[in-house]
Design a binder for this molecule. Structure first.
Ligand code: AMP
Length: 456
């Protein structure tokens, strides 16, 4: 996952991009970068860490110009290194180009080896770098045609924001895996992964960039192109379940509303006698509220989250992640003691977080702990940009629900059904990618290492 942002035609383009990235911080905490253009040159500031730590006023002042793009990275392909941070900025025969990518390409290794065979030299291990090479090598003249040329070669999930000295381009893959929205801030155009970025900068949401659409923004205004044949939609359902911010609207729906509906449906399917419903904050909160409203079991904040630690899952080392749960969450004994507790989380990946939470709740005096998960069992890795571990590490891929329950030491464990999840989207229920739950991958992998799918 990653957060991307872009603005065209604003005297404080870099400052606005800083704010946009700040609002999108939840989409990636590993590195952040901004590239701006003053019409002649591109300026870049990129570093490891959080947006607010990286960008001092000094650094922002170096980013002069009226166009800017930004990126928050959360690594899915490529190691956690500065050379893999984005936006990628290159100089080539036509000038300069910068690109920010959210998603994951499934044929990048194949294209990369092809390009390398013809002498291309890569400076990172990111799939995104192949897009820059393809744009630079295109024989077409106009930027739009070069982008079309490049994009027609790549496969997978990609929402892209590209800039040159005087243009800003937004691209969304034909399946629409990742979100990308268009807004206006007075006369300036803005692009962002999620609409919560528009709220902060007081931009007006205009519309989503459509799957397969390319928009080019320059001094003449905005032009939309649809150079690719229509494909079926594969919006990532996990954006709703976990990734996006509840105050955002993505894929035409409010994230908080959908999470509450998931919680209501979970209650309809898996209700159990209990005294209290508590969420695993923050991602479990809307679903727990929905569960409580539907079941009439009172809601309370029985677990308190420290907001001064990042998402522990993202820490690359197992040792840190284990410690991380305690760093992040602490039970409120007064709320938990003597109670039969329903604890709601959005997903179980490896099971380590839930197991620790249950121990915490029991230590705090819970009489019973019933775990309810507002998504189906995560049984397959994602190849389209969510950082899931290999299949063999996904506890629901290798264990029955009863075995998972025993591992977690829960009194009961239930997940939301696949059908129950989809019914929330009504007539749009076929518009989603759910490969993490059903193993159906809507865009096939060509020459890709699929060892992640192996169970042993
Ligand atoms: P685990 O301990 O591996 O079972 O992690 C489960 C926790 O990680 C849940 O609380 C989820 O909210 C969270 N989570 C699920 N998927 C992801 C992801 N792709 N990136 C970061 N956190 C995640």
């Amino acid at each position: 996952m990653c957060g991307i942002f872009g603005i065209y035609g604003h005297s404080e383009a870099a400052n606005i991009t800083y704010l946009g990235l700040h609002a999108l911080q939840h989409r990636g905490q590993e590195s952040a970068g901004i590239v701006s253009s003053d019409g002649k040159f591109l300026h870049s500031e990129i570093d490891m860490g959080l947006v607010a730590d990286i960008f001092s006023q000094d650094r922002l002042d170096k980013l002069s110009g009226y166009i800017a793009i930004g990126h928050n990275r959360y690594s899915t392909t490529g190691a956690s290194l500065l050379k893999n941070a984005q936006p990628i900025l290159v100089d080539y025969s036509r000038g300069s180009l910068a690109l920010a990518h959210n998603g994951n390409l499934v044929n990048a290794a194949y294209i990369r080896s092809e390009l390398e065979a013809y002498g291309s030299i890569f400076r990172s291990t990111m799939d995104t770098e192949v897009i820059v090479h393809l744009i630079a090598q295109s024989k077409e003249d106009k930027l739009l045609d070069r982008v079309i040329d490049a994009v027609s070669r790549i496969k997978g999930a990609y929402s892209l924001i590209i800039m040159t000295e005087n243009e800003l381009v937004g691209v969304r893959d034909p399946n629409g895996f990742r979100p990308l929205s268009l807004g206006k801030l007075k006369d300036s155009y803005v692009l962002a992964s999620e609409t919560c970025a528009f709220d902060l900068i007081e931009a007006k949401y205009e519309r989503d960039i459509e799957p397969g659409e390319i928009v080019v923004i320059d001094s003449k205004g905005i032009q939309s192109y649809k150079p690719f044949p229509a494909s079926s939609r594969s919006h990532c359902v996990f954006e709703f379940i976990y990734f996006a911010r509840p105050d955002s609207n993505i894929f035409g729906e409010n994230v908080n509303f959908i999470r509450q509906e998931l919680g209501r449906q979970l209650a309809r399917e898996t209700m159990v006698d209990a005294d209290i419903v508590i969420p695993v904050p923050d991602s479990g909160v809307p679903a727990a509220l929905g569960f409580s409203l539907e079941s009439k079991v009172p809601f309370d904040m029985g677990l308190i989250r420290s907001h001064y630690v990042g998402r522990t899952f993202i820490e690359p080392q197992q040792a840190i992640r284990h410690f991380g749960v305690k760093l992040k969450l602490n039970p409120v004994k007064k709320i938990i003691e003597g109670k039969r507790v329903i604890v709601i989380d959005d997903s179980i990946v490896r099971g380590t977080t839930s197991r620790k939470i249950i121990k915490m709740l029991r230590d705090a005096g819970a009489r019973e702990v019933h775990v309810r998960i507002s998504s189906p069992p995560t049984t397959h890795p994602c190849f389209y940009g969510i950082d899931t571990p290999d299949r063999k590490e996904l506890i629901a891929a290798t264990h029955t629900i009863e075995e998972v329950r025993r591992y977690l030491t829960a009194d009961s464990l239930s997940y939301l059904s696949l059908e129950g999840m989809l019914n929330i989207f009504k007539e749009r229920k076929n518009d989603f990618c759910m490969s993490c739950f059903d193993g159906v991958y809507p865009v096939s992998f060509e020459g890709m290492d699929t060892s992640q799918l192996e169970l042993f």
